[in-house]
Design a binder for this molecule. Sequence first.
Ligand code: TMP
Ligand code: ASP
Length: 237
Amino acid sequence: MTPLYEGKSKRLWATENPDTLRMEFKNDATAFNGEKKESFDKKGRLNNAISTLIYVMLEKEGIPTHFVREIDETNVEVKKVDILMVEVIVRNVAAGSFCKRTGMAEGHVFSQPIVEFSYKSDELGDPLINDDYIREMHLATPEDLVHLRTSALKVNDLLSAFFAKCGLKLVDFKLEFGRLASDPSVIVLADEISPDGCRLWDLKTGEKMDKDRFRRNLGNVMEAYEEVLGRVKETLG
Ligand code: TMP
Ligand code: ASP
């Protein structure tokens, strides 16, 4: 069996249902566009558990997503989508590439969330793009873009409030969206939501509880992911 698609941290497999796929979370971690690589025994299981709980919560809050059901510890069934080649990033606090680009100090709290877009291309290193690029590259229509921005901000409100209850600050995160294969007029939230694609800081200590522990060699990477899962479970009761 070969997967339909293999990315840096996930594989997609066909199922018996033509409208769904099996999404497998791998143990591989990469950073800096794949330059830094390591495998962590528990990573697939932890990210699947965190992402599944968050997707179920978002669905309950009225956000349409690709999620169907959890299959086992490292696999979920998802609706088949055509992924939009635009990554949507929301930032509440300055960190990462924002600081690199602007020189602003890490930790500056924005007066309003920043929404930015990048072109989903490993070859080009996911460059920052804007609305005009997206229109001319035919990555999404201007109407789609309004929807992506509105949805991303709504997800930010829901996730920021949820992670605050977990004692975590949602600093920034990346979302991906896709068109349902069964009805391309419908755009849903796709991919995963986990400490790989979110920056989460402990509200009391400021400690980084996300993939920056791996990117910056801070150690205890899986311990932090395990702690996030524990808090998410506890908060959801
Ligand atoms: P950045 O500061 O490196 O641009 O990252 C912003 C957020 O997006 C951060 O929470 C990590 C996430 N992200 C991904 O999930 N995948 C990526 O390829 C990149 C560059 C960032
Ligand atoms: N996920 C990207 C990579 O592998 C970038 C990152 O998260 O830092 O390389």
